[in-house]
Design a protein around this ligand. Sequence first.
Ligand code: GUN
Ligand code: ZN
Length: 429
Amino acid sequence: MAQKTLLKGRVLSFTGTPFEGEPTEAVKISEAVLIENGRISSVSDADSLHNAHPEAKVVDHGQHVILAGFVDAHVHYPQTAMIASWGKRLIDWLNTYTFPEEMKFGDAAYASEIANRYLDLTAAHGTTTMCSYCTIHPESVDAFFLAAKQRGQRVVAGKTCMDRNAPDGLRDTVQTAYDQSQTLLEKWHGIDRLSYAITPRFSPTSTPEQLEAMGALWAEHPHCLMQTHLSEQTDEIAWVRDLFPDARDYLDTYEKFGLLGPNGLYGHVIHLEARERDRLRQVDAALIHCPTSNTFIGSGLFDMAGLMRDGHRVGLATDTGGGSSFSMLRTMASAYEIGQLRGTPLHAAQLLWLGTVGSARTLRLDDSIGNIAPGMEADLIVLDLASTPAIAQREACADDLWEAIFPTIMMGDDRAIAEVWIAGQPVRT
Ligand code: GUN
Ligand code: ZN
């Protein structure tokens, strides 16, 4: 007989989007969720689930909140060991800290060590799916997919392609970028819960010929995601203008080579021009907000309210290790603070939605992950709303659930993650 588990607690699921109408009306709180064969089979009141499934193993989480595992829509797992490196802006930061670390990933053993370290750290922080850049080395892609496969995790990743403006030893070519990406895509895409994303790093580190080759590969595999960076820092945008004098704007450096489409993910997108916003919206591309990175590297303030109002698909991400945290709670806090600086604070329901359903939508995975509903894969986390003395004393005087959750969003970290389930199995963190 199939193993059944009944998790009891305050089960939080989204029935709509909290950016349309009153945010709390998009949320339903239930008493229990039934997990069966790695999937959620039922969400209901505890008594009826008990009665219908008396053989189910019961785990009672009391007042803890049970929600979908966090989905981190833009990370660089190879930057795990150099997170929180001091004092540089984007291009200097890449050259000083990032590229020297990424050079190490030609060593399969090192890549495997960091991939496993990264997945341990993120699981402890409640992140069950992420979309990661790897490095130019196929070894870095194999290591990440293998580690995720062994954990039964749903992840998206791809070989980061770059053939200029990077040091010796950290450049591929037009041909090797195409060939290795294709080989890795065919090797990993669709295996278990793994998917491949075609990954040109960004226009400054790819020649036009390499961007064209990536566009050709995407045209041959349009069901795959394509991820890159767009309009993160003003110096970077000026550099792109010099490198591509014929392009209308930064987005055009992708668009003219077939790298704009509905399965495209564009990280940061802070300093967009009107044409870029319009085109991204027209093609229904995904925009990924990386708030701790944007403040840490000094990039700027993402226009969440305006982009959501205009109907963009937006996800939330740490951007490890340009971002300064592995925690999606900390990332939500940072998104809240950026909203405040722009005069548009986000509601707790909006923040939780962005880090679950919203990110899953950007990865085109919202029919499988990011919410608690019958048929969804059972990637769940259990949030303790009183995980530290500081949070507990604030939560104790909350008048409603949202006031109780908000201190955990603002002050919580891995200590707030009481339990993690991946594919219906509890994870030791
Ligand atoms: N732009 C190109 N590469 C990167 C990266 O690794 N991190 C960030 N934050 N921006 C980038
Ligand atoms: Zn990035």
